[in-house]
Design a protein around this ligand. Structure first.
Ligand code: NAP
Ligand code: ZN
Length: 359
């Protein structure tokens, strides 16, 4: 039985079905408990996962759905046990808002793998008898453990997507020890992919982008890639066959991963972070010949997310963004589906406050 606790009506953007557009609405947020930080959201990134979720492409969406897990804002209230944040501080929230913090995964700093983890949207809320609601909203209330410190020297709107796109690429690149002397491929130059390029380059690797969009060639090199390959061009692909130590696949839609297994050197690894709606077929010989491995990676733990943000502060790394108003989010989804975003939409949440439709 979940005890009744006081709630605040909060302006948000939500959808009620897989086929309806997002629109202004009101959601309940709890008043901060002793452990909570309340944050006024200033910017929220638009991740492709938001679109998969809003449209129920993973089959588990609960409506009304409020996406958004690339959140930065200002602290407006803290509970009595909170020690790391004060009213007025900048703060970030990514894909997770709660977990037991006691299981072996949490103890290892890998909260993302704990069965108890509450995701920022679409998980059963521990406090309210509702699903969690994400960052397309004016404020959020989060257990202090899941609130991140924001480096003060970075552009705040460009920091927001680091909370998902940043950590999701940083974590596997670190795990697979990408660095000097390694040849690394990044597949799909979208929100995740462009951060993968920035991190792989900052870690000292030789970086090659695989893309379907010729229009992104110049940008890829500007972002730090050493080479750019149009994946639909067999001649360009052939030149790199069998040569990669590591490939990070950031593609959101159906595509042939066997082509990329063919790009790996002996003992090379292909890690999927992209989460398309449909399963991707794998030819076993693509792995057997060359002892190659195929794996996945899910965001990153809280300590590693802080490490990533601090690294970005030290190396002056932010996301390349296109700022939008809240009421442009449906159009942004359509553009994202056409791979037409350079390289992350970020919502200026001030535009939600001014929205007369939200109550
Ligand atoms: P995004 O900005 O839309 O980028 C996806 C990119 O994939 C596009 O820019 C495009 O790059 C490429 N692409 C799109 N359709 C394609 C197709 N039919 N064939 C080949 N390439 C195609 O998306 P995102 O926000 O970076 O997210 C990417 C994926 O990662 C999504 O599925 C998302 O749900 C998932 N994700 C996973 C995690 C995790 O923890 N594992 C975290 C966040 C997101 P080019 O134009 O260069 O071809
Ligand atoms: Zn995301």
């Amino acid at each position: 039985m979940i005890p009744e606790i006081p709630m605040n009506p909060t302006k948000a953007y939500s959808t009620n079905s897989a086929t309806s557009p997002l629109a202004a609405s009101s959601i309940p947020r709890r008043n901060p408990t002793n452990r909570d930080v309340q944050i006024e959201i200033l910017y929220c990134g638009v991740c492709h996962s938001d679109l998969h979720y809003a449209r129920n492409e993973w089959g588990s969406t609960q409506y009304p759905a409020v996406p958004g897990h690339e959140i930065v804002g200002r602290v407006t209230q803290v509970g009595s046990d909170v020690t790391r944040f004060r009213v007025g501080d900048l703060a970030g929230v990514g894909c997770m808002v709660d977990a037991d913090l006691e299981c072996p995964h949490c103890k290892k700093g890998q909260e993302q793998f704990s069965p108890s983890t509450v995701m920022t949207y679409g998980s059963p809320d521990k406090h309210l008898n509702l699903p969690t609601y994400g960052g397309y909203s004016e404020r959020i209330v989060v257990d202090e453990h899941f609130v991140l410190n924001i480096p003060s020297n970075l552009n705040l709107a460009g920091v927001a997507p680091l909370l998902c796109a940043g950590i999701t690429t940083y974590s596997p690149l670190r795990h697979w020890k990408v660095g000097p002397g390694k040849k690394v491929g990044i597949v799909g130059l979208g929100g995740l992919g462009h951060m993968g390029v920035k991190f792989a380059r900052a870690f000292g690797a030789h970086v090659v982008v695989f893309s379907t969009s010729e229009s992104k060639r110049e940008d890829a090199l500007q972002l730090g890639a050493h080479d750019f390959v149009i994946s639909r061009n067999a001649d360009e692909m052939e030149k790199h066959a069998g040569s990669f130590d590591f490939i990070l696949d950031c593609v959101s839609a159906d595509h042939d991963i066997n082509e990329y297994l063919g790009m790996l050197a002996v003992d090379g690894n292909l890690t999927l972070v992209g989460a398309p709606e449909k399963p991707l077929p794998v030819a076993s010989f693509g792995l057997i010949m060359g002892r190659k491995s195929l794996s996945g990676s899910l965001i990153g733990g809280i300590a590693e997310t802080q490490e990533m943000l601090d690294f970005c502060g030290e190396h002056d790394i932010t996301c390349d963004i296109e700022m939008i108003r809240m009421d442009q989010v449906n159009e942004a989804y359509e553009r994202m589906l056409k791979s037409d975003v350079k390289y992350r939409f970020v919502i200026d949440m001030e535009s939600l406050k001014g929205n007369p439709d939200a109550s």
